[in-house]
Design a protein around this ligand. Structure first.
Ligand code: SAH
Ligand code: SF4
Length: 431
């Protein structure tokens, strides 16, 4: 294994190459870079922690045991200070903190909406800003997680698409969002470490770990970026989130949303196997080519075929089709009927999420009027497919998922148009 310090200094984050505009091959960048030379264990899986401990000088057997303990403290208990790892020999704790850290993304701002929605503007250690949103309701609490800083795909209704991609987030920066949310919500188990501390008695019931009654119950990969253009890092992060010895969230409570990176959908099923959401947004080639430009590369038919082949696609595990309501663009009765026809034709166990368009300065669309959205929803419901209208949350803090803003440079409309043209030209070359 290469020394992480070496690879970090060879490829400072802001120079990380993202080959191509439409096929940015995931660039392996497993460890979050740090200026002080210590290695950040956040986002590192257990076997890799073992390797790092061996490289640092521990015997393989000791390294394996220590890695198991450290891993448990990091992901199951949320500890960020080696001094608190009470089952590790006292002398070893400072040795660890000289060489390693357990990081978190930096918090730039944290806001709470009047409806309880919370939004954080976060920063990587090398200064790139990205966002995370927590949306509580009666039944669940959903964390909306980012996968990239910016997005290369440039969907015309999406604010993230107007920012140039700065870089893929590392596994640590992705899993770090979930951990930060648990920090903020105070949801780390405080009691004895199951399987580690001696089994004393059943006294402190309230103090012991319990997955029930949590605020954070669900995760959606619907923040900034296209998760399937950062496949390896998203997969590695979600593995840590799902690991029973790690954050232990069920894959049934995790949803990955893609604009339609068709070649990666089968791998998502095979290697991650979380719930799938597809940002469909249009039912004709003409309109989808315009509003979701990746459609020029992977068309609606190919996309729906890939969905039909997704493992476990069944009535108990339906695929979500997201549909942003844009006035006069994709919201006619005929569009709704065509949507029903397509979902039936491909025999897709589907639910449709109708998302009222969330406007942003410079956007060229308007949200469909409420009556129109209701009628659109009814047509789909009448065919037996569920099509709820998502209620906008956290509007007062601009927190809607998929409409995440940062202080990253905003572009003028002319710049946006030029960028869109460049990206479309690149797509055509790629065909
Ligand atoms: N890149 C992925 C995931 C992030 S976007 C994808 O496109 O699926 C998450 C969702 O928010 C997508 O369905 C996206 O189309 C939607 N979205 C983006 N901008 C929006 C806006 N201004 N109003 C409403 N929904 C938006
Ligand atoms: Fe990227 Fe998704 Fe926004 Fe499209 S909708 S630009 S894929 S983040």
């Amino acid at each position: 294994m290469n020394s992480p310090q070496t690879s970090a200094s060879q490829h400072p984050a802001h120079h990380m190459p993202i080959p191509g505009l439409t096929d940015p091959v995931p660039v392996a960048r497993p460890i979050t870079p740090r200026a002080d030379g210590r290695i950040d264990l956040l986002g590192v899986a257990r076997p890799a922690i073992t390797e790092l401990l061996i490289e640092a000088g521990l015997e393989p057997k000791a390294a394996k045991l220590r890695a198991k303990q450290v891993y448990h403290w990091i992901y199951h208990r949320g500890v960020t200070d080696f001094a608190e790892m009470t089952d590790i020999a006292k002398g070893l704790r400072p040795w660890l903190s000289e060489r390693f850290v357990i990081g978190r993304p930096d918090i730039v701002t944290a806001q709470i909406s009047s409806d309880g929605t919370r939004k954080w503007l976060l920063s990587t250690t090398d200064g790139h800003e990205f966002e995370m949103v927590f949306i509580p309701d009666e039944a669940r609490g959903t964390l909306c997680v980012s996968s990239q800083v910016g997005c290369t795909l440039n969907c015309t209704f999406c604010h993230t698409g107007t920012m140039r991609l700065v870089r893929n987030l590392t596994p640590g920066e992705i899993v770090g969002q979930v951990m930060l949310a648990r920090d903020a919500l105070g949801e780390w188990p405080k009691g004895n470490m199951a399987g580690f501390a001696p089994d004393t008695d059943e006294e402190d019931e309230e103090d012991t770990y319990s997955p029930d009654g949590r605020l954070l119950t669900n995760i959606v990969m619907m923040g900034m970026g296209e998760p399937l253009y950062n496949f390896d890092n998203v997969r590695d992060a979600l593995k840590l989130v799902m690991d029973g010895d790690g954050l232990a969230l069920s894959r049934r409570r995790i949803t990955l949303s893609t604009s339609g990176v068709v070649p990666m959908i089968a791998r998502t099923g095979a290697e991650i196997n979380v719930n799938l959401a597809i940002s469909l947004h249009a039912v004709t080639k003409q309109v989808r080519d315009e509003i979701v430009p990746i459609n020029r590369k992977y068309g609606i038919e190919e996309l729906l075929e890939a969905c039909a082949a997704y493992p476990g696609a069944s009535n108990s595990r339906r695929i979500t089709f997201e549909y942003v309501m844009l006035a006069g663009k994709n919201d006619s009765d005929a569009d709704a009927r065509e949507l029903v026809r397509l979902l039936r034709h491909y025999r897709l166990p589907a639910k449709v999420n109708l998302i009222p368009f969330n406007p942003w300065p410079g956007a060229v669309y308007e949200c469909s009027p409420p009556d129109r959205i209701r009628r659109f929803s009814e047509i789909i419901f009448e065919s037996g497919i569920s099509a709820p209208i998502r209620s906008p949350r956290g509007r007062d803090i601009d927190a809607a998922c998929g409409q995440l803003k940062t202080s990253a440079a905003r572009m003028t409309r002319a710049e946006l148009d030029r960028l869109a043209e460049e990206k479309l030209a690149a797509l055509e070359v790629g065909d």
